[in-house]
Design a protein around this ligand. Structure first.
Ligand code: SOE
Length: 386
């Protein structure tokens, strides 16, 4: 690797599933985005369990490891702190990292709640450090193409936005909550259930494509009311939402319908969205992520119908970086693209979206959704996106 590149020394905190997706992103970028001025260097990784973090460092080529995140932040040889921990640590780590003058990247959702999220936005803006949140699905070529199509006006006036994120991994009532394995089931750690974990993705994409959500009306359900907690060994109340359905209004006058659950038997990670406009519609499905479906009402009626665009041409978003037309890419590439876009943002000085400020708007919608379900009433979001 060329020596005249500026090194961006990354300190990765957390080495679970998300730690792996990010580490892979950092490792792949220099090969596929050689024009970037910055080169990420996996300088340190941190996790409480030494065995685990040592093995991770070995496997992913990380130069060193720590078992206390405060030690990692205190190091002079770290430029950017990347938070891949469970949600309850995002705010504390991000604020400390920003105060130490580090750039901060964090996994989604930004935080457990609005208050924590606000402290993070304030900390990075006070410190003036670059920041971003890994809402990775924006960076799949077909989703980025959807953004281009909507922005071009081809759809005309938008009437409907519809999204689902369906899974089925928590149906078993014997599944515990808490601990390293099941922290997503523990409300104290996760903040919420499917709303923060899955709908946050849908809301981020929706507001990116279709503008701000102004008010919501939601219903949530917790199908299994008590689960054994791995920390205490006791049967405890489950505080997360297992399923959430909400409808909403967007600032542009369109209506939205969102559903997420971990109880949709047969679905593992079915993230789909559809947008219906006056002239055209588009729809996308994570299980067929290289395709974007497009219906253009202006096409002659004898050949009119849904067309399926295989988003793998050299002139499709990000695709000139990969193989040749017709050859698809996968989930992991969205993280490679996010690293590349973050590095590019350091060159241009333009924030890498979604930055903390933008992800705070998504957090507002998540909070309004939970509030609306609790109070069984419509809630305004106060989102500041047009
Ligand atoms: C949950 O199962 C999960 O891993 C989320 O936490 C991710 O954000 C989502 O992309 C896939 O599903």
């Amino acid at each position: 690797m060329s020596d005249n590149k500026k090194k961006l020394r990354i300190g990765l905190i957390g080495c679970g599933f998300m730690g792996r997706t990010h580490a892979n992103g950092y490792n792949r970028v220099p090969n596929f985005f050689p024009e970037l001025q910055y080169q990420p260097v996996l300088q340190a990784v941190c996790s409480r369990r030494e065995e685990k973090v040592k093995a991770f460092a070995n496997q992913w080529g990380v130069a060193s490891y720590e078992t206390d995140w405060r030690q990692l932040i205190a190091r002079d040889d770290i430029d950017a702190v990347d938070i891949c921990t469970p949600n309850h640590l995002h705010a504390e780590i991000a604020v400390a990292a920003a105060e130490a003058g580090k750039m901060v990247l964090t996994e989604k959702p930004l935080a457990r709640n609005l208050e924590e999220a606000k402290s993070m936005v304030d900390a990075v803006s006070k410190a003036g450090v670059p920041n971003t949140v890994w809402y990775n699905y924006r960076r799949l070529p077909a989703v980025t193409l959807a953004k281009k199509i909507v922005a071009s006006g081809k759809l005309g006036k938008i009437f409907h936005y519809r999204a689902n994120f369906l899974q089925d991994w928590t149906i078993n009532a014997d599944l515990p909550q808490g601990g390293d394995a099941a922290w997503r089931m523990d409300v104290d750690v996760a903040g919420s259930g499917v709303t923060g974990d899955l709908l946050a993705h849908c809301i981020d994409t929706a507001m990116w494509l279709n503008g701000g959500i102004t008010e919501v009306s939601a219903v949530t359900e917790t199908f299994v009311k008590q689960r054994v907690h791995l920390d205490t060994g006791k049967l405890q109340e489950v505080g997360i939402d297992d399923a959430c359905i909400f409808h909403c209004r967007f600032a542009n006058g369109s209506l939205g319908l969102f559903e997420s659950t971990r109880y949709a038997r047969g679905h593992k990670a079915l993230y789909t969205f559809e947008i219906n406009g006056e002239h055209a519609s588009i729809r996308w499905d994570l299980h067929d992520l290289n395709r974007l479906e497009y219906f253009d009402n202006a096409v002659d009626s004898d050949v009119k119908g849904w067309s399926s665009i295989h988003v793998t041409n050299g002139d499709h978003p990000y695709m000139e970086k990969w193989w040749v037309p017709g050859l698809g890419i996968g989930y992991e590439h969205s993280f490679v693209h996010q690293v590349a876009d973050f590095l590019k943002s350091l060159e241009t000085g333009e924030p890498c979206q979604p930055d903390f400020k933008n992800a705070y708007e998504t957090q507002k919608v998540c909070e309004a959704v939970i509030e609306s379900a609790k109070s069984r009433s419509w809630k305004g979001t106060e989102v500041e996106i047009g």
